[in-house]
Write a protein that binds this ligand. Structure first.
Ligand code: FAD
Length: 520
């Protein structure tokens, strides 16, 4: 493949790259440094690998794949597209864990970000000086699990997480990055001090709250539209050693959400002691069938399964509140007991585990390993993630959990947990409902026998929300028309478009999001 590209590039001023369908992408050869040529592959093995994602629902064949070994390689490629008479689309691919082809580039170039790790310089550097604050400088291509391991060596840790850590820093910061810690610390995009970004013009820019602010806020939650994150300075705190991890079962949705809302309202930290309240608050829906099928079920012992199944069978749908308390030296028994005292789950339905901090954060990966052995990981994933305003979550429960979903029992986990809007920075590109508290609802479905009916169901859920006037926002959004995107961004739409014009005027970056029509 190197031969093909070199041949093409040396054979004329204008050349075509790749073997897309058809060969439609035109690149001025003088802009490709010989150095870069050796890092581009156009063979079908490379392009096929970059043509799908975790969702397994769509396929978009790129013309070529770039395996950069430096940030400059990325800048050079983007400059080449930017200066071409017909710019070609470029997508950074983090770990390809999107659902609807967001990291793909039909007939364009996919940048395999992971190959930045290959250099001899470490791309995770931890600052252990607490003044002004602990932080880690990490490459946008890094997986969060590697960030965790590197920071733990210094007794430090990022404070805001995703449930699953085999995702890249650049990928989650392009969305928001949420988990049960977000109610306290905000999403991951609220815990970044500084970024290095290669813009859609191929310029390498350092930005922060103070410098090049517009680019900084644009890129956070920006769905890859304004630049490629090559370094992020992530906020760190002191790492706990252990986690008391509990699940409480509810048969009544109202009690379940009241308790969740109460727990996320507990504010602040003691000046010289552990945090008040739980450190992590999530929740999920359990049906008799989902209990046995999804990766979260391993928390419960086999003995408990019978009891929980009976409860689920009796009530149809039950809810599971999941909480954690971090600790290092002192017992948390008393704190946990007093927090549980304020809650209203039925007596006897509390289940406890005590695990290392790493095992807690790696919980979904443990599930992944199990699913992989059964061949159930690389299946289609027609996921739907929504943010629902607190004032309408009861309607959503009635219409969706107790309504539409009743017809389909087979599913992956269904997550439900609230977050505090004030922990989200309005200046970022991320959008949330217009209420102080909103819920994230994640229908994380795996399809083993056809996925179309699950996509239909997702559409029904969206229709239900629209008809009921529930002003939801999609998380990890997937839309195809301009008017849907306009509605999604609401009053941020004009700013989003202005930022696009400023930082990626030729609409080169992340075409798989399908927000802007490519110029090419
Ligand atoms: P990709 O899918 O490769 O890319 C996503 C988008 O970002 C694309 O548009 C891409 O072009 C762009 N992009 C990638 N890298 C960069 C970069 N360096 N700079 C700029 N743009 C870039 N999300 C949560 O918030 N919380 C969760 O708990 C959570 N759990 C998950 C569990 C699983 C099993 C999976 C598969 C996903 C989960 N996600 C979760 C979703 C995840 O945040 C998104 O898939 C996200 O896109 C990160 O995946 P990625 O790193 O593979 O990025």
């Amino acid at each position: 493949s190197t031969f093909i590209v070199v041949f093409i590039i040396t054979s004329g001023l204008i050349c075509k790259i790749g073997q897309g369908n058809p060969w439609s992408t035109i690149l001025p050869s003088e802009l490709l440094e010989p150095n870069l040529v050796t890092k581009i592959r156009v063979d079908t093995q490379a392009t096929n690998l970059a043509s799908t994602d975790f969702g397994n629902l769509t396929r978009s064949l790129p013309a070529a794949v770039l395996y950069p070994s430096s940030v400059k390689d990325i800048a050079t490629l983007i400059q080449a597209s930017y200066s071409a008479s017909l710019p070609f689309p470029i997508a950074a691919k983090g770990h390809g864990h999107s659902i609807h082809g967001q990291a793909l580039a039909l007939d364009g170039v996919v940048i395999e970000m992971s190959s930045l790790k290959g250099g001899d310089k470490s791309r995770i550097n931890v600052s252990t000086n607490p003044i002004p604050y602990y932080y880690a400088d990490v490459g946008g291509e890094q997986l969060w699990i590697d960030v965790l391991q590197a920071t733990l060596q210094h007794g430090l840790t990022p404070v805001s997480w995703t449930d699953y850590l085999r995702l890249t820093v650049g990928g989650t910061l392009s969305n928001a990055g949420i988990s049960g810690q977000a109610f306290r610390h905000g999403p991951q995009i609220s815990n970044v001090y500084e970024l290095d970004v290669v813009t859609g013009k191929g310029e390498i820019v350092t930005c922060s709250q103070q410098v090049n602010q517009e680019l900084f806020y644009g890129v956070l939650g920006g769905l890859g539209q304004f630049g490629i994150i090559t370094r992020a300075r992530i906020a760190l705190g002191e790492a706990p050693k252990r986690v008391r991890w509990l699940r409480l079962l509810y048969i009544d949705f109202l009690h379940f959400i009241r308790d969740q809302e109460y727990l996320i309202s507990i504010k602040g930290e003691d000046s010289d002691g552990p945090t008040k309240g739980f450190d992590y608050v999530e929740g999920s829906l359990i049906t008799d069938e989902s209990l046995l099928k999804n990766w979260r079920s391993s928390f419960f012992s086999t003995k408990d399964h019978g009891r929980i199944s009976a409860l689920a069978a009796q009530h149809g749908t039950i809810y599971c509140l999941e909480v954690s308390k971090y600790y290092s030296h002192f017992s948390v028994d008393q704190d946990v007991d007093s927090l549980l005292n304020g809650l209203s789950f039925p007596p006897g339905y509390v289940f406890e585990n005590d695990v290392s901090y790493t095992d807690f954060l790696e919980r979904v990966h443990h599930g992944e390993q199990k699913l992989r052995t059964k061949g159930l990981w690389d299946v289609p994933h027609p996921w739907l993630n929504l943010f629902i305003p607190k004032s309408r979550i009861l309607d959503f429960d009635r219409g969706v959990f107790k309504g539409l979903l009743k017809r389909n029992a087979s599913m992956g986990p269904i997550l439900i947990y609230p977050m505090n809007k004030y922990k989200w920075d309005e200046r970022t590109s991320a959008v949330t409902p217009n209420e102080e508290v909103f819920y994230t609802v994640g229908l994380l479905q795996s399809a083993t026998d056809g996925w179309e009916y699950l996509e239909d169901q997702n559409r029904e859920i969206l229709n239900f929300c629209n008809e009921a006037g529930i002003r939801f926002k999609q998380y990890l959004p997937h839309y195809s028309t301009n008017s849907e995107w306009k509605k999604h961004f609401g009053r941020k739409w004009n700013m989003f478009v202005e930022r696009k014009v400023k930082f990626d005027p030729k609409r080169i970056l992340s075409p798989g999001q399908r927000i802007f029509t490519p110029l090419a």
